[in-house]
Ligand binder design. Structure first.
Ligand SMILES: *Cc1c(COP(=O)(O)O)cnc(C)c1O
Length: 460
C-alpha cells in the first residue's frame, strides 16, 4: 500500500488519497488530479521484465494506490480476465514496425485497458464505502462503449454517456446503444464531441449539482485511467529491451493526450524512452503545439479516425503543468489565457517544446495508403487510428531504435474505412458481426447543459 497523495494542477485542493482521487475525477478547483510525486523504478527494470501483464500491473499500480495488496491484485486480475489474449496486450511485428495490440478487451479498443480496471475500482470503493455513483461521460466513440462495458450491471453505479449524434461510427454507436442494462443511459447530443466535453466540464464545475447527484467521471481525465495505461508501456518496452535495445520509441495516435501522457509518466518513472512520436489526424492542435509551442484551437473536422477528432485535449493540462515547472500559478494563467483567447504558448528550445516528443499529422490519404500497403505487403490489417501512428512514424523516419506503434482499435470497428482503403471488406470480428441485428436504446438530446443536467437529475 502506498502513501501517495494527489494534488490539483491548479493548486486549489488539499492533498487526497488514491481512492478519493478516483471518485472525484476532476479536482474541485477545475484542475486535473496528479500524483504529488512520481516514483522512480530504474533499478527494477530487469526484475520487471520477467513479469506477466497482471503482475506488472500490480507492481506499477501499487506505487500509486492505497488499497490492501490482495484487493489490488484481485481488481487487476478480474479486469484483465476479460481480455481475449493470454498476454493481455501483446506486441507483434508488422514489416518495419512493432505493433502493440491494445484491443483485445471487450469493446476491441485500447480504452478497455483503463476502463475494465476503473469499473472494478468503482465497484470496490463503493462496496467499501457504501453509496451510489452517477457517472457522466462524453465520448467521441470508443470511450463510451468501453465505459459502458466497464460498469454495465454493476451495483451502485448508473452511467450516462453523451456522444455527438451521427459523428461516431455505426459500429461504435451499436456497441453503446445495444447495452440494455438498467444502469446505462445513452444520449445522442446534437453537437460535436467538444460540445459534449464542455457540457460535462460545466456540469462537474457545478459543485452543488455534483454533490447532490453524486456525480463521477470515467473520462480520460480520471487519474486511474492514465495509471492503467502506464503499465503497457512498461510491458512492451521491457520486452523490447530484453532483445538488446536500451532506446525505446513509441508511436502514439493521439486525441485527448491520455495515452501518450501515460508514456510520458513511464519515462519519468525510469523506462528508457528515447522518443514519443505523437501522431494526430487533421485535427492537429497537439502536433502543431509540439512543433511550434502554440496551442490554439481550430474547428473539428471529421476524419477516418473519429476517436481522434478532438481539438481541445482534456489531458493536456497535466503535461502542461509539468512543462511549466509544476507551478500551479503559471498553469492557471496559461489555461485562463486559453479559455479567454483560444490560444496559449510556451517557449521553444532548439525549435522544440520538448526533446522527448516528435509530432506529425497523418492525413486521410496517407492513412488509407498505409492501411492498404501494410495489408498487402505484410498481411497486417491496421485500423485507421493505428494507421495514423504508423504513417507519422514512417514520415519522421524509422532508422535507429525500433518503433513500437500503439494499436488502439481492432480494424473491424472501422469496417467502412477498411473497405475504402483496401477495396475489400476485410475488417470483421465475430463480436461485432453479432451486433448487427441487436436491439438498441438511446435518447436524442439538445447540446444544452441545462437540458442534460435535468435529464440526469430525472434519471438518478
Ligand atoms: C481514444 C482513442 C485514441 C486517442 O487516445 P487519447 O488518449 O485520447 O489520446 C486513439 N485511438 C482510438 C481507437 C481511441 O479510441
Amino acid at each position: 500500500m502506498s502513501e501517495m497523495r494527489y494534488i490539483s494542477t491548479r493548486g486549489g485542493m488539499d492533498p487526497i488519497g488514491f481512492q478519493d482521487a478516483v471518485m472525484c475525477g476532476l479536482a474541485p478547483d477545475g484542475g486535473l488530479i496528479i500524483p504529488a510525486s512520481i516514483p522512480n523504478i530504474s533499478d527494477k527494470l530487469d526484475a520487471w521484465s520477467e513479469l506477466s501483464y497482471c503482475d506488472l500491473a500490480f507492481e506499477v499500480t501499487r506505487l500509486y494506490t492505497d488499497m490492501p495488496e490482495d484487493d489490488l491484485r484481485s481488481i487487476i486480475n478480474k479486469a484483465y480476465s476479460t481480455f481475449r489474449h493470454p498476454n493481455v496486450c501483446p506486441t507483434v511485428k508488422a514489416g518495419p514496425v512493432h505493433i502493440l495490440e491494445l484491443f483485445h478487451g471487450p469493446t476491441l479498443a485500447f480504452k478497455d485497458v483503463a476502463l475494465q480496471w476503473l469499473g472494478g475500482l468503482f465497484e470496490y470503493i463503493l462496496g467499501k464505502r457504501g453509496g451510489h455513483i452517477n457517472i457522466l461521460a462524453a465520448t467521441s466513440g470508443d470511450t463510451g462503449s468501453a465505459a459502458i462495458h466497464g460498469v454495465r450491471g454493476k451495483d451502485g453505479i448508473t452511467i450516462f454517456v453523451m456522444h455527438p449524434k451521427g459523428r461516431v461510427s455505426p459500429t461504435q454507436e451499436k456497441q453503446m446503444t445495444s447495452v440494455l442494462d438498467d444502469n446505462v443511459f445513452n444520449l445522442a447530443v446534437e453537437g460535436t464531441f467538444d460540445d459534449c466535453q464542455t457540457i460535462m466540464k460545466n456540469i462537474f464545475c457545478d459543485v452543488e449539482f455534483k454533490k447532490e447527484h453524486a456525480m463521477g467521471a470515467v473520462n480520460s481525465v480520471n487519474w486511474a485511467r492514465v495509471l492503467a495505461q502506464i503499465v503497457y508501456y512498461f510491458y512492451a518496452g521491457l520486452q523490447m529491451r530484453k532483445t538488446g535495445t536500451d532506446n525505446l520509441r513509441f508511436s502514439v495516435p493521439t486525441g485527448n493526450f491520455g495515452d501518450v501522457l501515460a508514456g510520458w509518466y513511464a519515462k519519468q518513472m525510469g523506462l528508457p524512452v528515447e522518443e514519443l512520436i505523437l501522431a494526430t489526424n487533421e485535427n492537429d492542435i497537439l502536433s502543431r503545439f509540439f512543433n511550434s509551442g502554440v496551442y490554439s484551437a481550430a474547428d473539428v473536422v471529421p476524419t477516418l479516425s473519429p476517436s481522434m477528432d478532438i481539438q481541445v485535449a482534456s489531458n493536456f493540462e497535466r503535461y502542461l503543468y509539468y512543462l511549466l515547472d509544476c507551478d500551479a500559478d503559471k498553469l492557471r494563467t496559461a489555461m485562463n489565457d486559453f479559455e479567454e483567447n483560444g490560444r496559449l504558448s510556451v517557449p521553444l528550445t532548439d525549435g522544440k517544446v520538448d526533446p522527448l516528443f516528435s509530432a506529425g499529422v497523418g492525413n486521410t490519404a496517407s492513412t488509407m495508403e498505409v492501411i492498404k500497403r501494410y495489408q498487402k505487403e505484410y498481411g497486417y490489417l491496421l485500423d485507421p487510428h493505428t494507421a495514423v501512428g504508423v504513417s507519422v512514424s514512417e514520415k519522421l523516419g524509422l532508422d535507429g531504435a525500433p518503433v513500437i506503434c500503439l494499436a488502439t482499435a481492432h480494424p473491424a470497428k472501422f469496417g467502412q474505412a477498411i473497405i475504402d482503403a483496401t477495396g475489400e471488406d476485410l475488417g470483421h470480428h465475430p463480436i461485432l458481426d453479432a451486433l448487427e441485428d441487436a436491439e438498441t436504446h438511446c435518447s436524442d438530446i439538445a447540446a444544452d447543459e441545462q437540458t442534460i443536467a435535468q435529464y440526469v437529475a430525472d434519471h438518478t
